[in-house]
Design a protein around this ligand. Structure first.
Ligand code: AMP
Ligand code: GLY
Length: 427
């Protein structure tokens, strides 16, 4: 079997790791592998966004299954193009990917289908947006409608912060086209959960819920990032919460997408908030989350390949379930100094060999092999995942592992899972 993985972050490295366990004899190909994916993977050397070249390459190399990591190619229609050529691919169509690529679309879909989410309005005019903020007051949340690499949501505690966010999006076009339309929504309070559903458009297989850490600083302070660490399972995600997520969020959303000529086949990721009014959707993504994938897949015992393959071949997931290990996983992101702002690239990285012997998994994100040595090439450089019998043991191992990785300017959050730890201490 020949499997192509599109994308080269920590998420894709974790996908590669799991799929290799599921199919040890498969041949793997990646678009532009990072330094950790490169060994044992054939390099295609075509950028994930070059859909024409990639689909041509996949047809010529008789690829049996393509798995798309990042949202960019999905929003640009990679799945539609592969399917036109009869190539099996896992991911939603361009139309269905709007659930992530346009927050305005996703909010409207939720409103129409009664899926619980924050109250909101969308604006393209700065004056209209400012007037709405003056009427609503703070705290309030200002979001670029389009794709902004997880950095397009600004939680504003004062009206002035909201005016500044609106000005940066609609005035200065800080997010380019993605910010030419903004969604302004009600501020919600509560803990967040990331829930992944592998879906054939109708039936869902839910993976173990996890919790991301979006803020750059300890104790969830500072600006939003793509995610600084994650853990799973989350004790807050009881069977009842998961059952509610299925019936009040996933099922009505999939039905609404299907009725809107946007049948969603792929991985639907719901970012949920557990508010005092019950569960509400913060956002949808049309792909696996990063870094949540780096904790969810190490806990998944049953075959991922079977589920992804079934969906890509147009089969049904009715009656299918995912089986997870009874263990905990924690991942800590080691990032480049300055991230999520500007940072240096090309700094040499040292990863002690003992880490893997200690049972840690080091998933590469922004790394590159240059003249056979490993150097930094992105903001989030590595994610260090530990699995253990208890949350506390996994968290301690992940943090200790992250501390042993060295490169100029590196930093990480040493408090991944702090909410879960606090719950453990109360018990
Ligand atoms: P998003 O890009 O929509 O996922 O937002 C990024 C992060 O901003 C979320 O994970 C939340 O922590 C925060 N956030 C987004 N929307 C809201 C909201 N309506 N109320 C409170 N926090 C929010
Ligand atoms: N961890 C958040 C995301 O993947 O969007």
């Amino acid at each position: 079997m020949r499997i192509l993985i599109v994308g080269n972050g920590g998420r894709e490295h974790a996908l590669l790791w799991k799929l290799r366990r599921d199919a040890p004899s498969a041949e793997f190909y990646t678009t532009m592998p990072n330094g950790g994916m490169a060994p044992g993977c054939e390099v295609v050397g075509i950028a994930p966004g070059d859909i024409e070249a990639l689909s041509g390459w996949a047809a010529a190399h008789r690829i049996d299954l393509t798995i798309v990591g990042p949202e960019g190619p999905l929003a640009a229609g990679i799945v539609d193009r592969f399917q036109d050529k009869g190539l099996p691919i896992f991911g939603p169509s361009k139309n269905a990917a709007r659930i992530e690529s346009s927050k305005a679309y996703s909010k409207e879909l939720m409103r129409k289908s009664g899926v619980p989410t924050a109250e909101y309005r969308t604006f393209t005019s700065q004056e209209g947006a400012e007037e709405y903020v003056r009427n609503q007051g703070a705290p309030i949340v200002v979001k670029a409608s389009g794709l902004a690499a997880g950095k397009g949501a600004v939680v504003c505690m004062t009206e002035e912060e909201a005016f500044a966010a609106i000005d940066s999006m609609l005035g200065d076009l800080r997010f380019g086209e993605a910010g030419q339309e903004v969604v302004i929504e009600e501020y919600m309070e509560g803990e967040e959960l990331s829930v992944f559903a592998i879906t054939d458009g109708e039936n869902c297989v839910l993976l173990v819920p996890s919790q991301d850490h979006k803020r750059v600083g300890e104790g969830d302070t500072g600006p939003n990032t793509g995610g600084m660490g994650a853990y799973a399972p989350v004790t807050l995600a009881t069977d009842k919460v998961v059952a509610d997520a299925l019936t009040t969020v996933f099922e009505p959303t999939l039905e609404a997408l299907s009725n809107d000529d946007s049948l969603f086949k792929g991985l639907l990721y719901a970012g949920l908030m557990l508010t005092s009014d019950g569960l509400k959707v913060v956002e949808f993504n049309c792909r696996f989350g990063d870094p949540e994938t780096q904790v969810v897949l190490p806990l998944l015992e049953s075959s991922l390949l079977e589920l992804l393959g079934t969906v890509a071949e147009g089969g049904s997931l009715r009656g299918q379930e995912a089986r997870h290990q009874r263990a905990a996983a924690v991942t800590t992101v080691v990032a480049s100094g300055g991230y999520p702002g500007t940072y240096e690239k090309g700094n040499p990285i040292t990863i002690p060999e003992t880490l893997e012997k200690e049972g840690l998994m080091v998933f590469h994100a922004g790394t590159q092999l240059k003249d056979n040595s490993l150097v930094t090439s992105g903001g989030r450089v590595l994610t260090v995942t530990a699995t253990a019998a208890t949350f506390s043991a996994a968290a301690d191992m992940s943090r200790a592992g992250a501390a042993q990785i060295e490169f100029e300017g590196s930093f990480f959050r040493s408090d991944i899972g702090w909410r879960e730890r606090a719950r453990m201490e109360i018990k």
